[in-house]
Design a protein. Structure first.
Length: 279
């Protein structure tokens, strides 16, 4: 019988992983009882830090787009790391690498942002093939980092479907030391496997495109609810951006209330999933 990882608790799943970043994330989720990641897509350092300090108690992970910060200075990274220690969350730079191995290794290790030096988890498009994983792992693996592959996307008309998604999962299965899971819209259990072969890979599924109040934006984004994502699609982490800080990045009480609301919705859905009777 196939193992049903989606029925195990986050805590039980720690033992399914050898990668330190995957273990760290699952440990935090179990300890803090949250499967919420907040995507902090703001352009000023001041707003960035204020939002993270506000949502910190409610999240397992903070997702960054560090290249959109207009007044970036490397001291911002120290502040981010201090908040990660203070609130106990992991850091995920959503860099979406997509180049040849040699180039992504340089982009990951060097430049202004030196992502590998501080981001526990990062992600990559599988479009260049397995060499993107070798390039990134040459930098990230010795540092204990983890990688997510973008197997699917949340946007209307996304091309990451069908055999592309299946090949992404096969690439991940061949690099289990570094690839800890996927950015995807559903569980990848059994995807790309031959019939009658047991799928023993417990991948983490982190899912953006989550909103309780709207169905999308004017630029192709599509939102589903935490319940649809965690229960119906068996994903593990909900990634929420504008649903939490969107009204006004300076409204601290509103941001805190929204973070709590999404955390509660995500955890309730997870509890429903792990306690559902096996059919
Ligand atoms: O398919 C995807 C993959 C990602 S990583 N769709 C996404 O929206 N994302 C990211 O999730 C996107 O770059 C943004 O940072 C976040 C969603 O933000 P929101 O404001 O729409 O919740």
């Amino acid at each position: 019988m196939e193992k049903t990882f989606s029925r195990q608790t986050y805590g039980q799943r720690i033992q399914n992983h050898s990668n330190p970043a995957a273990k760290m994330l699952l440990e935090i989720m179990e300890r803090k009882k949250t499967n919420l990641a907040v995507s902090v897509d703001v352009t000023r350092s001041k707003d960035f830090i204020a939002i993270i300090d506000t949502v910190g108690p409610f999240v397992c992970l903070v997702k960054t787009h560090i290249d959109i910060i207009e007044d970036f200075d490397f001291s911002l990274i120290k502040q981010l790391q201090d908040l990660s220690d203070k609130h106990d969350f992991a850091i995920f730079e959503d860099r979406k690498f997509a180049d040849i191995g040699n180039t992504v290794a340089l982009q990951y290790s060097s430049g202004v942002h030196k992502i590998a030096s501080w981001s526990h988890i990062t992600n990559a498009h599988p479009v260049p093939g397995p060499s993107i994983i070798s390039g990134l792992s040459s930098v990230g693996l010795p540092l204990g980092r983890g990688l997510l592959l973008l197997a699917e996307m949340s946007t209307k008309g996304a091309l990451a479907v069908g055999t592309y998604t299946e090949e992404a999962v096969r690439m991940a299965r061949a690099h289990r030391d570094f690839v800890v899971g996927f950015i995807a819209q559903r569980t990848m259990k059994g995807v790309g496997m031959q019939d009658n072969v047991t799928d023993n890979d417990d991948f983490l599924i982190l899912t953006p495109g989550v909103g309780l109040d709207t169905k999308g934006d004017a630029m192709g984004q599509q939102y589903r609810t935490p319940r649809q994502v965690i229960v119906d699609s068996e994903c593990d982490v909900i990634i929420v951006g504008r649903g939490i800080y969107g009204k006004d990045p300076s409204l601290v009480d509103e941001i805190r209330a929204q973070a709590k609301r999404y955390m509660d919705a995500g955890w309730e859905a997870y509890q429903e999933r792990i306690s559902a009777p096996v059919v």
